[in-house]
Design a binder for this molecule. Structure first.
Ligand code: HEM
Ligand code: HEM
Length: 146
């Protein structure tokens, strides 16, 4: 069970990052060039939201069954972890959840904007900030085997 969920989380991460990068780039271009916010833009932003929410769900499950999630904290205590252990058990989940909240806020806010430029602006800002936070707290070396 653990191996399957971990592999799913690990491979799904590529799609999440890819679609988020596409959504942020699309929104920045739309904002900067005063494009109309058409259904293609809606779909890209919605796909990015759905993928991050799915990854949130998988991540939450993983957190409870992985030896590097909650179990690590209960065994070693908050102060007894190495920095690599703290990244997996604490920093990655915590910061990434904040990032997903920001992305969800961006999705909600873009719907209420009066102009297309402002709709692109909300996606660009909130998704962009979320993406940066996610990138800052990924276990890169473990993930890519560096
Ligand atoms: C722990 C799991 C999850 C939490 C806490 C969560 C939370 C939320 C919240 C708070 C919103 C509100 C956004 C708004 O105000 O418009 C939302 C929207 C949404 N979520 Fe999730 N979600 C979760 C899992 C999922 C999953 C697994 C999927 C899809 C497979 C999903 C798909 C969506 C979609 C499509 C919307 C946008 C609805 C719309 O505005 O049209 N979520 N989610
Ligand atoms: C956009 C959202 C997320 C992305 C892109 C992401 C990405 C990743 C990646 C790339 C890894 C390394 C996988 C490997 O070593 O092969 C990982 C590990 C992990 N993630 Fe996430 N994650 C996300 C959200 C979450 C959330 C919300 C949680 C928990 C609440 C979570 C919990 C974990 C845990 C516990 C591990 C360590 C698993 C282990 O090695 O046993 N992740 N994540």
């Amino acid at each position: 069970m653990y191996e399957h969920v971990k592999n799913l989380h690990s491979y799904f991460a590529y799609f999440v990052l890819l679609i988020l990068i596409i959504a942020v780039a699309n929104a920045i271009i739309g904002f900067a060039t005063n494009k109309k916010f058409v259904s293609k833009d809606l779909r890209i932003s919605l796909f990015a939201l759905i993928f991050t929410h799915l990854q949130l769900l998988i991540g939450l499950i993983l957190y409870f069954i992985s030896p590097f999630g909650m179990k690590m904290i209960s065994t070693n205590g908050m102060g007894g972890m190495t920095s690599a252990q703290r990244l997996l058990a604490l920093e990655h989940p915590f910061i990434v959840i904040i990032a997903i909240v920001l992305i969800t806020i961006g999705w909600s806010k873009h719907k209420k904007q009066q102009t297309d430029k402002r709709a692109f602006g909300k996606i660009a800002f909130f998704y962009g900030l979320g993406l940066l936070l996610i990138l800052s707290r990924l276990p890169w070396s473990q993930w890519l085997g560096l």
